[in-house]
Design a protein around this ligand. Structure first.
Ligand SMILES: *Cc1c(COP(=O)(O)O)cnc(C)c1O
Length: 434
């Protein structure tokens, strides 16, 4: 047995940045002692030694205590080793007890909500959400008689007033996509815990946090009281924009329902997509985030001083309205302030003027900028720009968007790994058009 597998070294308190590169190396999923790079499996079905063993695999699948046994692989959609390795490392990155990976972020969101709600139940969600999440909650879940109410989860009185006996899930993103408003996770979870005191176990409200924007490097919601954390792996964790994926992470009690849901709804992450996230994405996440957020602060400071910019939202700026909360909530594994790599800014003028200026600015970038690309998605090594009002958040009603600070003149930037001087130089030329 190699040193890495002997347990002694791995048991030492190595820092998370190191752990994200080396993984657990103790996996029950696969004995890969002599690999440096985890292997990639490609097998839809698995050879079984006997009917007895096949039967045991089916009985043990998703059953309590399954983590303690060597897995019996039967069929990719149930469980397979490459994805299993990724799940172990993702769970460790968020401080969870288990992780279950899905084909996309939306499949992960559907599963997290799917295992916690049934007909007659209600979700209470923050008013601003990723466009497809909003569409899932308002177009599809009502067909199953699952209703969603929206409120400002920053306002705990309003939140408490809207929680009723049917509420089963409180759902949010923080920072909110794209406005970057923050929700005080610890305070919200305390409120929910209080509401749960006089509820039977089966009716307790669970808090689900979409942590895609921050990544576990900048914020770990489970440590602040959340029940489930989820990610679009397509974004920062994948990091290179090559593959789609999603994950739900939390306590062991959710492992069985999530695996059963994934087995039957079928939105499983392919091992071919799991592999680049396991080999390139997660191991470089901490280094990429540290570098990108340094650049994001430079870009935010540059934009803040620009005469054509009305306001800049970046949790790392002293002028950020919730800067104190940002400093408390968004911290890296060492406890240092980690405000992330996303920023949002609004151009000057009334709604119409600002909207037209934003379009000129973004179109200029699309046609001329080398370091900034017009595209949806985020968290890649390339800096991406988009206009949320008409693009990613087009599913939300316009009056709701404007009331919540998501105006037509707003521009979202996802800062990549380029030299930040090139990013501000490209922005300088584009802002001259506004
Ligand atoms: C992209 C995104 C999703 C959806 O993820 P997909 O992988 O595209 O399905 C969900 N939440 C947030 C915050 C996102 O940015």
């Amino acid at each position: 047995m190699s040193k890495k597998n002997s347990g002694t070294d791995a048991d030492r308190a190595y820092r998370m940045r190191t752990k994200l590169i080396h993984g657990t190396f103790h996996s029950k999923c696969w004995d890969y002692n002599h690999h440096i790079i985890p292997p990639m499996s490609a097998s839809a079905a698995y050879r079984l030694d006997s009917v007895h063993r096949g039967a045991q695999g089916f009985t043990e699948f998703a059953a309590e205590g399954m983590e303690e046994n060597q897995p019996i692989y039967i069929y990719d959609r149930l469980q397979e080793p490459t994805r299993g390795l990724l799940e172990e490392n993702l769970s460790s990155a968020e401080g969870g007890e288990m992780a279950v990976c899905f084909s996309t972020g939306m499949a992960a969101i559907s599963a997290a909500v799917g295992i916690l709600t049934g007909a007659g139940d209600e979700i209470l969600a923050h008013h601003t959400l990723y466009g497809c999440t909003y569409s899932l909650f308002t177009n599809w879940l009502p067909r199953y008689n699952i209703k969603t109410s929206f409120c400002d989860l920053r306002n705990l009185e309003e939140t408490a007033a809207l929680i009723n006996e049917h509420t089963r899930v409180v759902y949010l993103e923080s920072p909110v996509n794209p406005t970057l408003d923050l929700i005080d996770l610890a305070a919200l979870c305390r409120l929910v815990e209080k509401c749960n005191q006089d509820r039977v176990k089966e009716r307790r409200i669970k808090v689900i946090v979409d942590n895609t924007f921050a990544t576990p490097v900048c914020q770990r919601p489970l440590s602040l009281g959340a029940d489930l954390v989820l990610h679009s792996l397509t974004k920062n964790i994948g990091g290179f924009g090559t593959d789609m994926g999603g994950v739900v992470i939390g306590a062991r009690q959710y492992h069985e329902p999530l695996l059963m849901y994934r087995k039957d709804f079928g939105g499983v992450l392919s091992p071919r997509n799991a592999w680049p996230i396991l080999v390139y994405g997660l191991p470089t996440l901490a280094a990429r985030m540290a570098n990108q957020q340094k650049s994001a602060l430079h870009v935010a400071r540059y934009l803040e001083k620009h005469p054509n910019v009305a306001r800049v939202m970046y949790p790392g700026l002293e002028s950020f309205p919730q800067h104190e909360l940002a400093r408390r909530q968004m911290v890296n594994y060492e406890g240092k302030f980690a405000p992330g790599s996303m920023l949002y800014f609004v151009l000057k003028g009334d709604l119409k003027e600002a909207s037209e200026a934003a379009e000129r600015c973004i179109d200029y970038l699309a046609g001329n900028a080398y370091s900034i690309t017009l595209a949806v998605s985020l968290g890649q090594i390339r800096t991406l720009v988009e206009e949320p009002f008409s693009m990613t958040h087009s599913a939300l009603p316009p009056e709701v968007k404007i009331a919540k600070g998501l105006e037509p003149g707003g521009i979202r930037l996802s800062i990549g790994l380029e030299d930040w001087h090139d990013i501000t130089d490209d922005l300088e030329r584009a802002l001259a058009q506004t």
